[in-house]
Ligand binder design. Sequence first.
Ligand SMILES: NC(=O)c1ccc[n+]([C@@H]2O[C@H](COP(=O)([O-])OP(=O)(O)OC[C@H]3O[C@@H](n4cnc5c(N)ncnc54)[C@H](O)[C@@H]3O)[C@@H](O)[C@H]2O)c1
Ligand SMILES: [Zn+2]
Length: 365
Amino acid sequence: MQTIRVETPSAKYEVVTGSGLLETLAPRIERAVGRLPRRVFVLTSPEIWALWGHCMERSFGDAPVVLFLPAGERYKTIASVERLTREMVQAGGDRGSLLIAFGGGIVGDVGGFLAAIFMRGISYVQVPTTLLAQVDSSVGGKVGVNLPEGKNLVGNFLQPCAVFADIDVLGTLPDRELRAGLMESVKAGIIRDRALVRFMEEHADEVLARDAKALERVIAASIRIKADVVRRDERESGPRMVLNWGHTVGHALEQATHYKTMLHGEAVGWGMVAALHVARMRGTITGAQMERMEKLIHSYGPLPKLKVSAARVLAATGSDKKNVGGVRRFVLPVGIGDAGVVEDVGPEELEAAVKYMLVRARTAS
Ligand SMILES: NC(=O)c1ccc[n+]([C@@H]2O[C@H](COP(=O)([O-])OP(=O)(O)OC[C@H]3O[C@@H](n4cnc5c(N)ncnc54)[C@H](O)[C@@H]3O)[C@@H](O)[C@H]2O)c1
Ligand SMILES: [Zn+2]
């Protein structure tokens, strides 16, 4: 078990990762928030509750009120938030209530947003159940929902009171979800932690076989990186940008394929391949380093085939909402374990990178 402290200007909290956390959740939350309030809500999906609800519920004296959000991006909406807030009022929720977001990144983002606006704000705890949510979305306080016009366009920043990332729940996670989530750990290692890169290179088999020790090592290191970046830039005005390494082209791929065929982590996997090309051309990484990082990305694949044209992907990069005032901010690895943000990546450079990625996607096994 490992505990990582997150400190931002707005909050201080602990992220705990290890085995057996669900069974001891209530006393752990109690320790984090002082005293359990009269009304505790759990937001989850029917599938996750069927698999793991009994484990979590056991530790509570008074059973929490369970709220359900069906799985899928199409339910990450204001309509769901309205329904859920009404259910909370009807179940006696008040300003002192606590919400536990128990699920993947979607449940986490919607749960955090609910907590941010219910009765002008209540406390919440993240209990992430996907690898992506454990290493990325549950830490940092970005919460929100989608609009038909785009993803995550409505939301806020609200840090949780605590995060409990139980490795045991990953036992039922589909393999594809596990691998996609691990792309965020690969990303974190490449931009900030050489030792994590080395560990993920040397222990890919154990990590992918869900060996508890290996997973804990990767998850804790990834959280540490995220916590450190968030500490320095809670609202993503500068340094937090590095976490978007691989995401410019990654988001464009998701958008160009209408969020249907690719998981987020898979798109980021290809986005990192494209970004490596830009870094190599600019000389911030060597040819050998590029080869090593590409190999690492593929060892946590397979990444899906790409059935999009370079033009479609490039068009989609233009609408990346992280481009402040039209500046194309781009994160580049500097060697292995460091990264910087540049603002002058031109269309030709991006085009060459996307074309390189598409060639790799055709030739990758
Ligand atoms: N807030 C942030 O900083 C941040 C960062 C990255 C991503 N996100 C958001 O996270 C979302 C993606 O999250 P995700 O990848 O976790 O996807 P997800 O929440 O859709 O979960 C993936 C699937 O796995 C299932 N599942 C979850 N846990 C399981 C378990 N233990 N066993 C079996 N099945 C399980 C879910 O029901 C779902 O079908 C996106 O909406 C994205 O915008 C937010
Ligand atoms: Zn991501």
